[in-house]
Design a protein around this ligand. Structure first.
Ligand code: PFF
Length: 479
């Protein structure tokens, strides 16, 4: 109580009190919500693709080492900054060092951009769930089905608006009553579903036209075996960079989301345990996603069948489900429901982060803020959803790929801004604030921060260099 009175500014004390009123109920609620943010389409459509492309078990090994060093460092920093400052990105960085407020603003802009297209992807997934639920799995497997869906000017907009509306509704209901409640149901169910689908994928067998029999277990072996043939230094570096960019997209770090979620964690929660559990959840789901997708694709299309992103989820997998016969329809339903849960819990974390920053800046209440943001993002989602029809145009991106509206937003937020923000934040924590700023928070209740030495070395030396290389590479400067 004394705390509020000594601030002496009614407006500001109201803001802090309101923020304090928002919190996760405890460790489990926080871990499931944060895992909900971390587990998303990245786990389902990017991780398996990269594992298949980058040498199977070799990629897995590199990824695991990076999770325990680099991922742990960035995740710990974000969550500790959030809980220590009790603020979202803009105010958090300003509280640490007023001159570094610009970094808070940059960080805030990442979810602002991501939000324009995340509900569009969520809408595509919802559409496919509806397609499988209504028994149209054969139609979904036809050539050109996905293209004709996204180039239609109505259906993608309707599904994007639906997904955006549900996301806004959950965030409107608050941290504990909305976000935590939804994550508590969806995350355990999601985990069970990926285990069930992966288990089923391992039992698959199929004989192709040339009479060659392929089994799910062979696919699993292909996924887990480290393929060292033809490994050169430059290929290894590419694998390292792929794993690194995947990792920090996957953990939702350097975009202010984990700072916001960290600000809702009660003081008595052991952050060391929470960070470990979030990492285990996110990495576990990624590994299981590989174990469900790689064997399934391998059985029906061989090792050449893997693609990334939308074309894996909406073109290759429907063909695989169709080839499974009757069971394919059920597997399709389970898979797209899993994907909806993964995407929805990520999408709410993006909107929550924007909401929390706006509430702090404009001193506004949650409900009003969410309503205004919902109107803005319903419009933005509709525009991006029309990026394949009415607003279609193509641009050459600096990393060599060709993209349209959605790809531009994705490229700017994930490939340019996120590594740049991570680089600056490691400099701020490692050199300006010094690592003790985070370490003290990790030991707040007398817990032992076991990877303390590792943390110091990573945040000061290794992570800044890695982020610089990643930034140069993804912007095309380091070709
Ligand atoms: N971490 C999510 C994934 O791996 O798919 C992606 C994500 C969630 C990105 C939330 C950005 C975001 F704001």
């Amino acid at each position: 109580m004394l705390y509020y009175i000594t601030i002496g500014n009614m407006d500001r004390s109201f803001r802090i009190m309101e923020k304090k009123a928002s919190s996760f109920s405890g460790q489990i609620g926080f871990v499931l919500a944060a895992a909900g943010s971390a587990v998303g389409v990245g786990n389902l459509w990017r991780f398996p693709y990269l594992a298949a492309k980058d040498g199977g078990g070799l990629f897995l090994l590199v990824y695991l080492v990076l999770v325990l060093t680099f991922g742990f460092t960035l995740l710990t920093s974000d969550i500790a900054i959030g809980r220590r400052t009790k603020q979202s990105a803009i105010r958090a960085y300003e509280t640490m060092r007023p001159k570094w407020k610009f970094l808070g603003i940059l960080t805030f802009l990442v979810p602002v951009l991501i939000m324009t297209y995340y509900a569009v992807i969520g809408g595509w997934i919802t559409k496919y769930a509806a397609v499988y639920l209504t028994g149209q799995s054969a139609a979904a497997a036809e050539d050109g089905y996905f293209t004709s869906f996204i180039t239609s000017p109505v259906s993608p907009v309707v599904f994007a608006l639906l997904f955006m509306g549900v996301t806004a509704f959950i965030v409107y209901n608050g941290v504990e009553g909305g976000i935590e409640r939804v994550s508590r149901y969806m995350m355990p169910i999601l985990l069970v579903l990926v285990v069930v689908i992966a288990g089923y994928a391992l039992t698959l067998r199929h004989e192709d036209a040339s009479g060659q029999m392929r089994t799910g277990l062979e696919g699993l072996r292909y996924y887990l075996t480290p393929h060292m043939e033809g490994l050169t230094v430059s290929r290894f570096l590419q694998i390292l960079l792929d794993a690194m960019s995947q990792l920090f997209f996957s953990l939702s770090v350097s975009m202010g989301i984990m700072i916001t979620y960290g600000s809702y964690v009660k003081p008595d929660v052991d952050l060391n345990k929470a960070v470990n559990q979030i990492e285990i959840f996110d990495t576990g789901v990624a590994l299981l996603a590989g174990a469900m997708i790689i064997p399934a694709v391998y059985v029906f299309s061989g090792t050449e069948g893997m693609s990334a992103g939308p074309s894996l989820m909406f073109v290759s997998l429907p063909k695989v489900f169709n080839a499974m016969g009757k069971a394919g329809m059920f597997v399709g339903i389970l898979f797209f429901v899993t994907a909806i849960f993964a995407t929805l819990t990520s999408c709410i974390s993006v909107l929550e982060s924007i909401t929390a920053n706006c509430m702090e800046i404009f001193h506004s209440g949650r409900k009003k803020t969410v309503l205004v943001l919902a109107v803005i993002y319903l419009a933005a989602s509709a525009i991006i959803a029309l990026g394949y029809s009415i607003f279609y145009f193509e641009v050459q991106l600096p990393n060599g790929s060709v993209g349209q509206l959605l790809d531009i937003m994705d490229y700017v937020s994930n490939s340019v801004m996120m590594p740049f923000i991570a680089l600056l934040s490691t400099i701020l924590i490692g050199w300006v604030m010094t690592p003790d700023y985070v370490i003290d928070e990790m030991q707040r209740n007398g817990e032992t921060f076991r990877r303390k030495k590792l943390y110091r070395v990573m945040i000061r030396y290794v992570a800044p260099v890695m982020m610089l290389v990643l930034f140069l590479q993804s912007t095309g400067i380091l070709a």
